[in-house]
Design a binder for this molecule. Sequence first.
Ligand code: SF4
Ligand code: SF4
Length: 137
Amino acid sequence: MIITQKYFLHFPVCETNTPIIYKLVKDFDLEVNIFRALVTSDGEGYLVLDVKGEAGSITKAMEYVASFGVTINSVEKGVVRDESLCNHCGNCISHCKAGALHIADMKTRKIVFDDKLCIACGKCVDNCPMKACSTVF
Ligand code: SF4
Ligand code: SF4
């Protein structure tokens, strides 16, 4: 079955010059559509991309990618929340119109982040007093 998956990849410094994405096309017969790419001044790499192909080929391809120490995330837009910084103040909820940041359990009142709902508006990045939300792009 042909499927399309979105990924947010973080490449360590040592692998930003390795032609990993080229291999996805050549060796795993995948279509790759890169939306955003960034190499920081420190040499780390970030990619947001669509991968289209056989589900089994995508699974194997991502295992191949991970073997280089690349972090594979389903975050599509490059918006992330550092849970270690979050104090669950709730300020982001009123700004997150997509409902990606929300309270899942009223007993704990902990703020959770569902990256699949995130529309990358950036409001949480601008309004988090703890700088827990950020984007690399
Ligand atoms: S505004 Fe920041 S610190 Fe407060 S709940 Fe949201 S992510 Fe956590
Ligand atoms: S970027 Fe926008 S949609 Fe995504 S979590 Fe932050 S406020 Fe919500």
